[in-house]
Design a protein around this ligand. Sequence first.
Ligand code: ADP
Length: 585
Amino acid sequence: MKYNLFNDKRGKYLISACCLAIILIILFMGEKTHHEVRDVVQEQFNEQQLLYSKQIAIGIVSFLNERTIMIETLARHYHGDEHHPIFDEFANVYNETTDIYAIQFLNESGIVTFGYPEKNTPVGYDIYEKKRGDSEADSLLINTFEKVKNTKKSEISRPVMLMEGELGTFIWAPVYKKNDFKGVVLAIIKISDISNHIVKIPELSDIIRIIDDRGMILYDNSGRYKPGYNYLNKSRVGNPQLRNIIINQINGHEGNGHIFENEEYESLVAYSPIIWRSMNLSVSITTPESKIDDLISSVYKKQLIFVSVSGGFVLLATLLIIILLFRWNKELEIEVNEKAGKIKQSNELLQKVNKRLLELDRHKSDFLSMVSHELKTPLTAMRLSAELCLEDKIDPNLKKNLHEKLISNIDRLTLIVNDLLNTSQIESGSIKYSREIVDLGEIISNSVDTIKETSDKKEITITLDIPGKLMNISGDKDRLIQVFVNLLSNAIKFSQNGSLVEIKIAEFDKYFEVCVKDSGIGIPTDKLESIFDKFYQIDSTSSRPYGGSGLGLFITKSIVEEHGGSIKVESTYGEGSVFMVTLMK
Ligand code: ADP
């Protein structure tokens, strides 16, 4: 018995386990690939974030540099002449340079003497008076003023709270007349102006923060921490990652980190230092990690769409190919079946022809033995009659009798030889037919007359049922007589002595039908077709009681067909036969 895995219980378990294992492996591989993809995307994302933070840092430094150069140029051109303040130059620089809050001149005592625009210039303000109420800011101003005076170099001081309540940074450029210190040109820039100008670059960043070297928030675009807020202090409360990052920022490092923003969701941070002379700031970009997942899922979505579309196309193409192949296959199948059918038909035909040829061959052999017998018998009889006739004292009656026998045997031989001759003429097509108008009734009468002697010998009565009028047909009279003599002689030959042979002519529109009916031995149904074959005899044994060559019906049929007619037979074995000949009018 054939083993079927699906029918076996253990087989089913095995298949289920295999499927489960394959699913688990696929899930595991999928998860692993997802993690690997995520790591790669995150790494690239970090690099990009870092690049953005560097870009911001560079932007801010060059922003400050540009403005510092302007202020330094102003300071170099001015020698502190109190009677000729360079008010117009201040105005020019202010107007041509964006994002400067005010340009002021502090004389050698640290007192603001003039500046532009006037509304932002507290003329008479003395930094040594410490009017701000913010001791740290006051001392920063004094310290930077003195540092610039002593080093003769420009300086940018750490951002402090301006009197307007906003954070601002100061660019200091010393003014000297030869070696005499005359004061300082001071440019005030609001941190918010710097930030707004620079931080719009990144596209992916969510939160951008700038802190100073003490961890104080200078800028936070999310608005979560106000400028001046101590970010380092905040990070002390249970957020060690954030704290590490802020310390790194304070120390002027750049890098990437990972924090829990708001302790709710994970964020990625990239930070870069903003170092200009003694000022040390740091910018950070914080992005929720979910953005990476969004990024990955958008890539997956695109891939999925691509795979689905191309898969769909592949499926469609495969389907089309399958349909085409199926059609071709079907057509081929039909063609092959047709061809096979034709081959089968021609095979059957060939077999039939072969069988027929074999049959003919057998008939021929039968004929040869039969014809030699048919020729030998009369010849022997003839020789015997001739020898007896030669004797001297032969009775004249016997002599006459012998002569009659001699003639009858000669007639018998003539018939056989005629049949053979006719057959050979039919086959070679050399038989000649004359065409004349003949009366069918006359032909039948002549035929009956010809056969009269034979029928009389067997005391067979021949009855005629013929319309009493002319039945003209066109044909060869002698050949047509031969047809009916053949049929009548067969009817007599295969009938008992004293029986009846009937001839009946029926007239139809276009033809006459002649029926020759006997009540003789009849013909078996399976032999009905063969009797018209050349050399065919139902009984072809040498001991058969009836003479003949087996050519009579072959010749008969050929003559009838040559006249445009047909011949058929109906018979009941043991009861008799009817031969029907139709002849065109
Ligand atoms: P044959 O010289 O033997 O008569 P035919 O060609 O005339 O040759 O006839 C072929 C055979 O058909 C005959 O040998 C005989 O067996 C059969 N046959 C022909 N006519 C009759 C008939 N009227 N009744 C029975 N058998 C017949």
